[in-house]
Design a protein around this ligand. Sequence first.
Ligand SMILES: [Zn+2]
Length: 372
Amino acid sequence: MNEPDESASRTDRSPSVTVEGAALPSDPRRIEYTAVPAPGFGERTRIAENVWWARIPLPIDLNHINVWLIESARGHLLVDTGMSASMCKDAWERLDADAFANDPPLALFVTHVHPDHIGLASWLQERYSIPVWMSERSHELAEAVYGTVASPSRAEVEAFLRAHGVTDTTELQPLLKPERFARMTSGVPRVHQYLEDSQALDWESGEWRALSTEGHADGHLCLWRGQDRVLISGDQVLPAISPNISIMFQQPNANPLRAYLSSLERLRELPADTLVLPSHGLPFYGLRPRIDDLRAHHQAQIDKLLDACKVPLSAYESLPVLYRRELAGMHFLFALGEAVAHLEYLAHRGDLERQMRGEVIVYRRASGRAVG
Ligand SMILES: [Zn+2]
């Protein structure tokens, strides 16, 4: 995530590596976008029965987030929020004038803890006096990252970076300040209900169920309406970006890539004609081919690492194997996090062994494993 920049361009362009991930479009023949034109910022358009699609601009590389307004007879359930930035609030003001005059927001659901999704939850909660729903894990993480509970300290993050081969962290220092993360949100909302996997939402507009989908963010939930096959996919499945799968600080048994791949397996079981409503990009059909493309991308990264780790490599040294472009700032951190996630996945699987080179963790192909 870059520093919020209110003057950020509003054109649609693909990010390189961000918290949302790396640009990875599918072949246009493999997925089918709906014919519904994207609404302008702060505007809405109907995308499925009782479901409105609205766009909130973002002051980062990725210039928008899609939010969803699910109608009932009494008002709207909001899904996700945008960040704590004036351009995001302005868009909600416009939606307010257009959509909420007779049908006010009645509740807010947050798919996951990233600031573009949860950033204005507290602000919306105050404004409309509404309950907020999310997973317990998302709330716990929100408290850790944006709230008052102790989060991993800068010293811990630095130790993590050094252990993975980054020798000079000077340039990254400003990015690791806790205040920086707190600024992206309007505070941590009070949560009225923790939603669990497969739980039905207490909402009148068809039967929506929460689906636990891990890997991109701990506690991530999608929403699924089986009767007409609508999936609100959060950041788990995006049409043109491979979601970032990262280990960003010392988490001894973390294996987010395995979690992500098995969540994809689960989503792949949904009907082939599912309408996918992603947090970024355009709604589309073609969930299965999209999942296959995402899996193939990770497999290609894995193959490159297995080949390169004939000699011991730190995560830092593996970056040119995985990424051809120059990486700096947050892009560098997300790329390093993604490299660690892939290397750890292979270490957990027994294909790579961890060794120490001084203070640095290096990974090499496990003896007896013939690969490639
Ligand atoms: Zn995210």
